[in-house]
Design a binder for this molecule. Structure first.
Ligand code: M6R
Length: 610
């Protein structure tokens, strides 16, 4: 995820900017850059790659001695990682760093072309920089330019800006992307995250949405959109840098689970236009959806489990047959692929060797390939015919959580879009689902997160287990597969996911007094059947944890020892809060066992070898 730092004061800015960016490295980035104001000019140095690459460039260029500067680490969202696409983006009159995604960048580009502007990068940020430039040329007033620009811009942004003629001041504004402002005896700071300022002060202002900050060396002032002065609350923090990097959470995994509502909004909002799925931001041709007679979803691990959710929902809504394949099998087993098939490659990293090989195999067979990937410019993203980015931000914990939720969400959106092609869903029905996805999924996950303490209590009863089963039917079984993987990989407890109706065909012989079983029941048409399965294991002494939807909990007498009722949401979307609940369960078991939650043994975040 991108990082921002800015400093203006009595010291040289470059060392402060580099040191601040270094504290943000953990968030992941693919390029970095700084702009420093000196001698009436704005000098920008930037580089693809690591901060050390930027430092090497800074050493080669004339020494930047100025006391006011902005710095950025970029995690690509529009345009691949490159020198040109990295930030800051400079115009004749200003330099800008940006976190977030500008949704209407194409409209802004058109408007600016009409005013004679041209562009050198593929980024949404360069369009924003030039928009600010255009307004600044009219008024020569930074505050006026910002207030005009933010009326035009749609999307999320945290901006740090230095204007020519105002070279000792940093301007900042934000929407849906965090930004903090701070000051000490030696100057003023802006930053996207607390770790970047902790070496200088533990007091900061969390900038409210729409408030413009004017940060000088000795004075900070805040203005509302009408440019009237406003107050911001000064806060104090007593975290160290490591705690701050984890946002105050004990582990990255729990931080990332808590980021799910925001990640889902970032993934979905830009792709819902006039209430309907729209993949214009991905340059995906709408006609594409009419052309496929079968779909193969190919992935590994958690991403493959998201594929199982995708299969359930695409087949339900669009009635297109979907085959979910483990990439390491697909690549060697000579799968039957027809020219009207679509192969979807799901991958958080976009670098998983098996998924990449499967993609190449599908392409060699002449089949259309669509990547759903979290890392911009990754190998899978580059090589597929089309790509949808999940925009979950970097995932640091090895155990994938928020990336899974956003993969599922994009597959839901594709399912709705495909179902609209030949009227399997009317526009009205599709709109209702999209609306509910945008609002109810994040809300229900926020509610699910509030169950964390109760889930921790239940986890304390599972820590001594040697093995455990997750059961469910239909889409609950898909969720169970991921729940089981999550527990295994971080708690080292052996676990299996079973279709609830399949236990009696053999595995039930393993169920004895106290065997823990987590039973998922969110699907009404099979709930009664799952409940029968639960009775069978309960009568053999199983310790049952029920994860169920509130409607079904009220309707059926679910025999269990513990019950986790997921927050109210339509049955169609229940997998989202249910997934959060089982992720939390795995997390708490691992944390209570005192294990290395974020870096479980033998595992790597990205498996780039066979
Ligand atoms: O980066 P990818 O999504 O392609 O990775 C696939 C799997 O290696 C990954 O999901 C793995 O299963 C995770 N550790 C699960 O939490």
């Amino acid at each position: 995820m991108c990082g921002i730092i800015g400093y203006t004061g009595s010291k040289k800015s470059v060392p402060i900017l580099i040191e601040g960016l270094r504290t943000l490295e953990y968030r992941g980035y693919d390029s970095a850059g700084v702009t420093v104001a000196e001698g009436g000019r704005l000098a920008t140095v930037k580089s693809k790659g690591r901060l050390t690459d930027l430092e090497a460039r800074l050493e080669k260029s004339a020494e930047l001695l100025g006391n006011c500067g902005i710095g950025h680490t970029r995690w690509a969202t529009h345009g691949e990682p490159s020198d040109t696409n990295s930030h800051p983006h400079a115009t004749k009159n200003l330099a800008l760093v940006h976190n977030g995604i500008i949704e209407n960048y194409a409209e802004i580009e058109e408007m600016l072309k009409g005013a004679g502007y041209s562009f050198i990068s593929e980024t949404d940020t360069e369009r924003a920089a030039n928009l600010l430039d255009m307004f600044f040329c009219r008024s020569k007033d930074p505050l006026d330019a910002i207030s005009h620009a933010i009326k035009v811009i749609r999307g999320s942004y945290a901006f740090g800006i230095i204007f020519k003629g105002f070279e000792d001041t940093i301007y900042a504004v934000r929407k849906d992307s965090p930004l903090i402002i701070a000051q000490n005896d030696e100057g003023g700071f802006i930053a996207s995250d607390i770790p970047a300022i902790l070496a200088h002060t533990n007091k900061y202002y969390r900038l409210d949405e729409g408030v413009i900050a004017k940060v000088g060396a000795k004075e900070i002032s805040f203005f509302d959109e009408a440019l009237a002065p406003v107050e911001q609350k000064l806060e104090t923090i007593d975290w160290n840098v490591e705690q701050a990097q984890k946002g105050g959470y004990p582990h990255f995994m729990i931080k990332e689970i808590n980021e799910e509502p925001e990640a889902l909004k970032k993934t979905l909002e830009p792709r819902i236009r006039d209430g309907l799925p729209h993949f214009g931001i991905d340059a995906l041709d709408g006609d594409l959806f009419a052309s496929f007679s079968a779909i193969h979803i190919v992935a590994c691990g958690t991403a493959m489990h998201a594929g199982l959710v995708g299969k359930a929902i695409i087949e339900k809504l669009a009635r297109i047959p979907v085959n979910v394949e483990i990439a390491s099998e697909f690549r060697y087993r000579d799968p039957i692929l027809n020219k009207n098939d679509l192969v979807i490659l799901l991958s958080q990293s976009g670098e998983t060797a098996d998924t990449l090989a499967a993609l190449r195999h599908a392409k060699a067979c002449g089949v259309y390939t669509l990547a759903i990937v979290n890392v911009i410019g990754s190998s899978v993203a580059r090589e597929a015919d089309s790509v949808l980015y999940t925009w979950a931000g970097p995932e640091i914990a090895v155990a994938s959580t928020k990336a899974y939720s956003v993969q599922c969400a994009l597959l839901y959106l594709l399912a709705v879009r495909m179902a609209m092609v030949d009227g399997k869903l009317t526009d009205g029905e599709a709109k209702a689902i999209c609306e509910s996805m945008l609002t109810d999924i994040p809300t229900s996950i926020e509610e699910a997160l509030k169950l964390s303490d109760k889930i921790c209590d239940i986890a304390s009863k599972l820590v001594a287990a040697e093995h455990l089963f997750y059961i469910g039917r239909d889409i609950d079984y898909s969720i169970a597969t991921e729940a089981s993987l999550k527990l295994k990989e971080i708690s080292y407890i052996h676990s299996e996911a079973y279709a609830a109706g399949e236990l009696k065909h053999g595995t039930i012989s393993l169920v004895t007094e106290g065997t823990p079983i987590v039973a998922l029941t969110t699907v009404s048409k099979v709930c009664e059947k799952t409940v029968s399965g639960i009775r069978e294991v309960k009568s053999r002494g199983a310790y049952v944890v029920s994860v169920c939807s509130s409607d079904l909990a009220g309707k059926y007498d679910i025999p269990c020892d513990e019950m986790l009722v997921i927050p109210q949401i339509s049955e169609l979307l229940a997998p989202f809060p249910a997934a959060t609940v089982v992720q939390l369960l795995a997390y708490h078991v691992s944390a209570l066992k005192g294990l290395d939650v974020d870096k479980p043994r033998n595992l790597a975040k990205s498996v780039t070898v066979e």
